[in-house]
Write a new protein. Structure first.
Lengths: 246, 227
């Protein structure tokens, strides 16, 4: 094979001249990280809400949350993304869809669709973890809370959730890692995140190996950083007396 | 809501969509079979007392689990076709996209399968291995005849759930312009200017298939748990 390796490609300027190819990579990295963090905040908030709803003693509310989870878990992420990006703006009422298509710049449209898509997709998974956390608590905790005169929301707020959230930190870590990996799917709607920048580099420089190796390493780096951060969080939030605590 | 739905392009496109579904299923089945076989080997390597083998397996699994599937597929769509062509002296026009997609999915999923299988093997009590060697079985006999059959029994629901996830992930071969089910739906929608209907239809089909399968798995899990 006669492949010409050329690692200096990263320091050469892009055709438009305002940055280097390395600059493209870094801006892709930045988009990936921003997108994933925004989507994660959304997923945690929605997922916790739905997770609580799944455990409340009301058939309708828990049924609704269960349906929510099934919908987001049984449709491929790519299909969901296309539905958010191509279908939803057509169906939004009161000219909202037209406003979305005409007044926002395309980059904002892509980012918003990607964020909402990843947020909802991940929230279904967070919901299942939160539910598992709440259900793993001894039943006596809820009864004790109610017996002390707490209302149901107070029992959740002061007794069940503080404990459940500490228990689900390890499984949530893996969902947090997944959101970074899943964000790569958003390159399919033209969002210029890390994977898309990698592809763009191949198109412009015809140096596929360097570009893909760099992108792959950057993903591994994200993974390592997130994992070390979460290990600190896991140690801090560990509940004494449970498996996994020392 | 002022969108006029027009579903009329779907009935005529059904044969084309079915061809796409066959490609999706083909990739899923190949990747599941290969993933389980290679995943079992990886799990056994990872648990083996020979350190370099265990390191290799751990490195493989951790690498594939830390990069996005999209990235793996990009490698396999841009680079592996060239390698395949130069290795087997294929005509440059041979379509190797399906083969590369299958290899990519199989290698990627085997990392996930290997973790499931490793957990399954570790869930078998140690006394079983001790008993097998007390009966004079070699390590490979003990694995093959005693540990793995029990481990797989425990793992069946998880392996099937992973297969459902894999089936959903095959939609990503859309990136290579290979007409799998989703790719076919997108093409028809694009051609007829009916993207909204076709995307919703594709979503509905995936939902019905995956939801039904996951309910079957859930029932299976309950039945096996009582044994």
């Amino acid at each position: 094979m006669s492949y010409q390796w050329n690692w200096s490609i990263f320091s050469s300027p892009v055709p438009t001249g305002e940055t280097t190819y390395l600059g493209w990579m870094l801006s892709g990295l930045q988009t990936t990280v921003t997108l994933s963090l925004c989507a994660w905040v959304m997923a945690l908030a929605l997922g916790s809400l739905m997770g609580v709803l799944r455990t409340v003693p009301n058939k309708w509310l828990s049924g609704l949350a269960a349906a929510y989870v099934e919908v987001f878990r049984n449709i491929p992420l790519l299909v969901q993304l296309f539905i958010w990006y191509f279908v939803l703006p057509e169906l939004l009422p009161f000219g909202l869809g037209d406003a979305f298509k005409q007044q926002l710049n395309p980059l904002t449209q892509q980012f918003l669709s990607a964020m909402v898509c990843l947020g909802f997709f991940t929230s279904a998974r967070v919901c299942e973890q939160v539910r598992a956390g709440i259900n793993s608590l001894p039943r006596g905790q809820k009864n004790a809370g109610l017996a002390l005169g707490f209302t149901l929301p107070q029992t959740y707020r002061h007794v069940l959730l503080p404990m459940a959230f500490r228990l689900v930190v390890p499984p949530l870590t893996s969902e947090f890692l997944n959101i970074f990996k899943n964000s790569a799917v958003c390159s399919t709607i033209g969002l210029l995140e890390l994977a898309a920048q990698g592809r763009q580099l191949v198109d412009y420089t015809a140096q596929p190996y360097e570009s893909f190796i760099a992108v792959t390493l950057l993903y591994v780096l994200i993974n390592v950083v997130v994992m070390s951060l979460m290990r600190v969080v896991e140690t801090k939030t560990r509940v004494p007396g449970y498996m996994g605590s020392k | 809501m002022n969108y006029d739905f027009d579903w009329s392009s779907i009935p005529g496109a059904l044969p084309f969509l079915w061809d796409g579904m066959k490609i999706s299923l083909e990739i899923t089945v190949t990747a599941v079979i290969f993933g389980i076989v290679w995943g079992t080997l990886l799990a056994m390597l990872r648990l083996s007392p020979v350190k370099p083998l265990a390191w290799f397996a751990a490195g493989y699994v951790n690498l594939f689990r830390s990069i996005p599937l999209v990235m793996v597929l990009l490698w396999f769509f841009l680079i592996v076709p060239q390698l395949l062509r130069s290795f087997f002296n294929l005509d440059p026009n041979t379509d190797v996209r399906l083969t590369s997609a299958m290899i990519g999915f199989a290698l990627f999923e085997s990392a996930y399968y290997s973790e499931i299988i490793r957990a399954g093997i570790q869930s078998v009590p140690k006394g079983q291995v001790a008993a097998a060697s007390a009966l004079g079985m070699s390590y490979s006999q003990a694995m093959r005849l005693v540990v793995l059959p029990q481990a797989f029994r425990n793992m069946v629901p998880l392996l099937l759930t992973q297969a459902i996830v894999l089936f959903q992930d095959t939609s990503l071969v859309y990136m290579s312009a290979l007409a799998d089910f989703f790719g076919a739906a997108y093409k028809v929608g694009d051609r007829d200017g009916r993207l909204v209907e076709l995307l919703l239809f594709a979503g509905a089909v995936y939902f019905v298939l995956c939801f039904t399968l996951s309910q079957v798995v859930r029932r299976l899990q309950k039945r096996m748990a009582t044994v």
